[in-house]
Design a protein around this ligand. Sequence first.
Ligand code: NAX
Length: 328
Amino acid sequence: QRSPAVVTVTGAAGSIGYAALFRIAAGEMMGPDTPIHLRLLEIPSGMAAAEGTAMELEDSAFPLLRSIEILDDPRQGFDGTDVALLIGSRPRSKGMERGDLLAANGQIFTVQGRAINEGAADGVRVLVVGNPANTNALVAARNAPDVPADRFTALTRLDHNRAIAQLAKRSGAPVDDISRVSIWGNHSSTQYPDIFHARVGGKSGASFAQDRVWLVDDFIPTVARRGSAIIEARGASSAASAANGAIDHVHDWVLGTPDNDWTSVALSSPGAYGIPEGLVSSFPARSIDGSWRIVEGLAIDGFSRKRIDASVAELESERDSVRSMGFI
Ligand code: NAX
């Protein structure tokens, strides 16, 4: 057995938290050999529900689950943390302006970034799920100056998985015959799901992209607006699939991506592909020896460039907003 991992989940009483925690405790995220110490971090109004979730976790008698703590103090919540899933955030309520949303979340992720900076384990891995995820990750990272920026990531794996699923439907190829899909930019409706470098069974993704009507009017908007379609159908936002994406993300970060494939991760740009340094943007990336490496050297044509640039422009404007509010 490996040494135990301290896993902190914020928003533990919420829908995604509920869908994620049991799978984490079952070993699906850190692998079957790593015992887990769980920290459920909530705000005071979520503490009672988190207690209930903790009772159910206990009642599952997961062999790998060593302890469960329920906390509402970020400092205690991130003390010694190896993996932090930052799921809890302030949702957009009716009539809320985008600026108000960025301000409310700027507060939350400033506090959490500082607490991670003070107390988390060396080598901490942070995944931000709570929206606006990319910019929340930027705020947290900037408030944790002693933690390398590449330890802060945001979730676009759900978008990545959605793109694979749509491509499987279109091609008839099974999901596990599809590789090298890429999500670029922001986790928002401006994201760009890129299939030009994908492999679909024995074929190139580019051969599917030749059908521009399908690509532009169907594939790209279906992936980019899937979250809204699910809210409309379910009356609630994606929870189990988001939890699944988060678990896939951390699993691959810790244990590696499969040979000959890559995944999509929002991480601090080193300036790759002309994306301004420091923006937390989604890139195609491989996990090697426990670190994300952006896939280099992909040819980006005019079609893709235009779409990447539009999403990056949105990220820049979010960054400028949180900067003007003093969060970074
Ligand atoms: P819920 O409203 O069910 O749960 C959120 C939980 O977070 C609540 O229990 C709340 O008390 C808690 N919380 C709020 N502020 C907190 C803080 N400062 N510290 C600790 N806990 C806090 O939302 P849920 O459906 O679980 O979604 C959570 C977040 O994920 C939302 O921001 C949502 O927009 C985002 N999503 C991100 C996705 C992605 O792919 N990146 C996809 C799914 C989802 O939309």
